[in-house]
Design a protein around this ligand. Structure first.
Ligand code: GDP
Ligand code: MG
Length: 163
């Protein structure tokens, strides 16, 4: 069957927005409606004539601090088990958080190919900030704007390179 790409990251970094852009659907719920929990959402992405499946992990997580770490890590673990490549998303407009660091460690330990998408980088000026996220331990970081589509082609070129 087609290879699977998993989108991981803490809440609110833009995973679902990226998922929707790549699949060109609105199947994945974007926003911060408290109390809504979704499991993984699957879609299909096509790039340069090649198809892959895509999974958005985490969904929309209830606004409960205690739930967040266990839920995002459970989702990441499930994604790790079944994915051929992983896109970890961080919010380029915020500082690196403890869950970002922990998530990066978990993903790296899997030994699977991981690509760091530094999201919300709409302008070239802010895109330079993306380099700060190299401290998470990834060789290459991809500044993107899931909302506008900037940088998404470069990210896909890299991901498809390992599928
Ligand atoms: P998720 O919790 O990781 O799935 O994040 P969502 O996709 O639900 O997005 C969280 C918030 O970030 C929403 O308000 C989005 O509109 C916003 N967002 C997502 N992508 C971008 C982006 O590329 N640029 C900006 N400025 N905001 C974004
Ligand atoms: Mg989401």
């Amino acid at each position: 069957s087609e290879p699977l790409i998993a989108i991981c990251g803490r809440p609110n970094v833009g995973k679902s927005t990226l998922f929707n852009r790549l699949t060109r659907t609105r199947r994945s719920i974007v926003g911060d409606e408290p109390g809504i929990t979704r499991d993984r959402i699957y879609g299909e992405v096509e790039w340069q004539g090649h198809k892959a499946r895509l999974v958005d992990t985490g969904g929309v997580i209830p606004d409960d601090e205690a739930l967040i770490p266990s839920e995002i890590f459970r989702q990441a673990q499930v994604a790790l088990d079944e994915a051929d490549a992983i896109v970890m998303v961080v919010d380029g407009r915020s500082e690196i958080t403890a869950p970002d660091v922990e998530m990066a460690r978990l993903l790296v330990r899997s030994g699977k190919p991981i690509f760091l998408a530094v999201n919300k980088m709409e302008s070239a000026a802010v895109a330079m900030e993306a380099d700060n996220f190299r401290t998470l331990g990834f060789k290459e970081v991809f500044p993107v704007s899931a909302e506008h589509g900037t940088g998404v082609g470069d990210l896909l070129d890299a991901v498809y390179g390992v599928l």
